[in-house]
Design a protein around this ligand. Sequence first.
Ligand SMILES: *[C@@H]1O[C@H](CO)[C@@H](O)[C@H](O)[C@H]1NC(C)=O
Ligand SMILES: *[C@@H]1O[C@H](CO)[C@@H](O)[C@H](O)[C@H]1NC(C)=O
Ligand SMILES: *[C@@H]1O[C@H](CO)[C@@H](O)[C@H](O)[C@H]1NC(C)=O
Ligand SMILES: *[C@@H]1O[C@H](CO)[C@@H](O)[C@H](O)[C@H]1NC(C)=O
Length: 423
Amino acid sequence: MDKPLKLYFIPYLAAGHMIPLCGIASLFASRGHFVTIITTPLNAKILPKSNNFNVQTFQFPSQQVGLPEGIENLSGVTDVDSGYKIYYAATLLREQVENFVEQHPPDCIMADFCFPWVDEVANKFHIPRFAFNGFSLFTLCAMESLKSHPLPENASGPFSIPNFPDNVVIISTPFMESKSFVDPHLNIALKSRGFIINSFVELDGEKYVEYYEKIIGHKAWHLGPASLQLFEIASAIDSSGYDFIWVVPEKMGKENESEEEKENWLPKGFEERNKGMIVRGWAPQVVILDHPAVGAFLTHCGWNSVVEAVSAGVPMITWPVHSDQFYNEKLITQVRGIGVEVGVDEWNTAAFRDMKMLVKRDHIEKALRRLMGGGDEAVQIRQRAQKFAKIVPSVVQEGGSSYENMTTLINELKRLRDDKIFN
Ligand SMILES: *[C@@H]1O[C@H](CO)[C@@H](O)[C@H](O)[C@H]1NC(C)=O
Ligand SMILES: *[C@@H]1O[C@H](CO)[C@@H](O)[C@H](O)[C@H]1NC(C)=O
Ligand SMILES: *[C@@H]1O[C@H](CO)[C@@H](O)[C@H](O)[C@H]1NC(C)=O
Ligand SMILES: *[C@@H]1O[C@H](CO)[C@@H](O)[C@H](O)[C@H]1NC(C)=O
């Protein structure tokens, strides 16, 4: 058998980035390659105990960035400034990682785009590098298109994504603040050999694979969906009897110490009045979505959640909040027709900030009726969603699109290693 590849994965210090990239790492490991995940001690804790990869940890520089001990990822912070401290701490990991890579050079590094310095480290030691950020390829295409055909600075209101394969209309213009963070990182990611995508070609569409390669001039490899069960999520929920399950962040409403204030974000008596269930922190979303009683998924359109809903064949009601979520929404609703929009027209800068305007109650009711009302549209949306769910199990198996994308990538990496043609 061929000599296995030695692969390093560097996930960003946030569960939403870490879980899918480690899932993909595990797919490489399951094909016989030596995989090492590079992270910090507390982040290593969420990795499954029984795994097929190695974990290399480096101390998180809490003191240097002014964060309390014990906070090493975005789940632990509640404001934008602390978010930047996590980011800054991530840049300070460079020296330790660079020494490690120099002493034990891998055949390839796959790193989150929030570690832009990996570009320099990989070039310094002539190691092929691939980028990851947990976005869909559709979103990457939209962002790249807007970079090369920028909207006027004073633009406001709805706009069409310029020079795009489909006519996609976004309801309001993105915040410059988030663009000014994402765009420079994307530019560095574009210097890598390609983007790793936690999705499958059928969901983003061949059109966008081609668009990304020919128009944007960069490669993308669809290797997912990476199985998140892998993360030993307990099947604790028996959803029978509930009309909805609402998952809220652990920290929501807990900023203040007083017991009384803690639950103030919920209307009084809400939990008693409604036949719903509120879950704090990480919910076993995959388990919930797979339950046959689930009729629709109200989602903020984070890509991991979208992938889970698609895998479960559950139609979505979309309520994006920030960043890539607005583009993901359009893929779900306008392009693939597997969900309906609530009609959010306020683009938030980050998950931490409060919305200035709330989505009106009648908008939510309208979206719910469109999806649950049993009309023709609802039936078609449900059928399309179920069609996707049927193909998902096969895409990561031999002969499936993601399996074959990974085979091509593995062969390319072996060629690079064996021919030593990488400069
Ligand atoms: C994040 O960091 C906390 C400690 O602050 C740790 O308990 C947790 O396991 C880490 N991972 C995630 C996914 O939150
Ligand atoms: C935006 O700026 C351009 C040129 O700077 C100007 O022609 C246009 O009228 C402005 N539009 C609005 C809506 O202010
Ligand atoms: C927490 O307390 C501060 C100061 O009293 C207040 O401004 C803030 O709105 C409170 N936050 C929540 C979520 O109740
Ligand atoms: C991934 O698979 C799709 C569908 O089979 C194919 O069109 C695409 O070229 C592949 N991508 C790469 C980078 O090989």
